[in-house]
Design a protein around this ligand. Sequence first.
Ligand SMILES: Nc1ncnc2c1ncn2[C@@H]1O[C@H](COP(=O)(O)OP(=O)(O)OP(=O)(O)O)[C@@H](O)[C@H]1O
Length: 207
Amino acid sequence: MAPTLLDVADLACRRGGRPVFERLSFALGAGELLALTGRNGSGKTTLLRALALLVRPEAGTIRWQGSDVQDDPETWRGRLAWLGHLDGLKGDLTVCENLLGAERLRDRPAADDRLDLALVAFDLNALAHRAVRTLSAGQRRRTALARVLLTQAPLWLLDEPLNALDAPAQQAFRSVLQNHLAGGGLAIAATHADLGVAGARTFELAG
Ligand SMILES: Nc1ncnc2c1ncn2[C@@H]1O[C@H](COP(=O)(O)OP(=O)(O)OP(=O)(O)O)[C@@H](O)[C@H]1O
């Protein structure tokens, strides 16, 4: 097993006043993928949101290389790429503008070659200058995944990444994810389907 980078210990979260999970612990190292499984409502999204500091845990710690991420939320957010249920894209902007805008927000303008690679990886070249509101659900999902790739963040948090993707797009996603892991990246993905990535570990939330 790779040395631990992300260490989650005794995490507990409540939503709407009800406990979702408690005493949840796991560790993840470079090159590892954790697939979060479990029934509807078992807490997969809640766990991803807690890791992204979008939901405040009731108890427990999230450490990156030994430091509590709550001590420096800004730096922690810079280490994450987030793909939610909703794609989080701006409908009036084009595919390219969405990708470049997200990187500008991170204060890391994307070089043209990295943008091209992200567009090619998800077969988006022909759609690059289309407004996102004119795209299909799968095309929007591919755009959101291209944005994840563009971040070059070490930890990817992905909520149902295969949603709306056709078979070629699912294959493109697998290959991008495998490259990310091979380069020492980490990923945590909530999923109801087999991600199809060899060596993935599974963490089942009991609900
Ligand atoms: N904003 C909210 N307010 C109150 N309760 C919430 C809220 N969001 C989620 N919950 C509750 O928290 C629990 C966990 O929800 P969560 O979305 O994390 O589950 P999930 O495993 O991702 O489900 P699914 O497989 O349906 O996507 C559920 O019981 C849900 O009803």
